[in-house]
Design a protein around this ligand. Sequence first.
Ligand code: HMG
Ligand code: MG
Length: 303
Amino acid sequence: MSDQVRIIDVGPRDGLQNEKLPIPTDVKLRFIQALADAGLNEIEATSFVSPKWVPQLGDAAELWPHLPSSPLFSALVPNAKGLERAIVVGVKRIAVFTAASDAFTRKNINMSVEESLEAFRAVIEEFRAQVPGGWVRGYVSTAFECPFAGLVAPSAVREVSMKLLEMGVDDISIGDTIGVAGPSEVHSLTNTLLEVIPIEKFAYHFHDTHGTAVANVSKALELGIRAFDSSAGGLGGCPYAPGATGNLATEDLVYLLNREGFRHGVALDRLATASLEILKLFGRSPYSKGQLAQLSASGTFPT
Ligand code: HMG
Ligand code: MG
């Protein structure tokens, strides 16, 4: 098994979408640049969703043209209107997002899972036609539990994943949206999904509400998964998933990977400093253990 791990930092999107304080576009751009400077190769930069639903990311079209030429940037696209806005500014990597639970999907995008898959089929077809060489990710949220409907069967996640694969997505991110799963659930879901998702297209997206995200990554690594979403400083949460807190902090992920001998290209010290800047803006102290330990070791622990 490879010792190379893909880290997809979703901080500028998942990390910021739930923040109430308006963040100026140039502050977001500085944050993104700092993440790029820390060595992140893949960054989910924003969402072309309705600004009525997620006002914080309403500046997606203003932000996108100012992104640096590397690393790889992607953005969420929920419908034809989002796709049109994204294509106009040159987005080459999109993510469509559905879930394994109707109840959550309705709250999040005002569609049933089936309706969302129909909508995304059209979005993906149009994207492929207009953006040759483009890349598409499919998210499957509430893969373990839905905040409205409770436990989710692995077979439901498998079914949605298969439909996304049939539409030709390049990558599938399996989301523990409310951050409740433990390693044995990850074990069982991974085994079910590996029957249908090619391992090189398989990513996990753990939120860390109960502190189990690192344990879940460790289990997934054991099973051969080599792609993980995380958010600098552990920011994040979906505004339409009550009870969800931040994503797995990229600092915690990087520490684990370093310790376990995996390669990923991210400099923990630079990352911890980048997260500190954005957390300061929200008047929040660092809380990810990976970040705290790094800041403390480098003498930049905030007083
Ligand atoms: P709707 O209200 O059913 O849509 O929302 P609509 O077509 O009736 O449009 C309502 C208004 O929004 C209209 O404006 C549209 O033009 C406008 P009005 O006529 O009232 O002035 N509109 C748009 N404007 C800009 N860009 C667009 C767009 N679409 C419509 N793309 C919709 C349906 C899907 C748009 C809405 O529900 C939405 O935007 N939802 C996004 C919610 C969201 O971003 N959630 C967080 C991301 S998912 C997540 O965090 C989970 C994840 O991290 C994985 C995990 O953790 O598991 C990915
Ligand atoms: Mg998320």
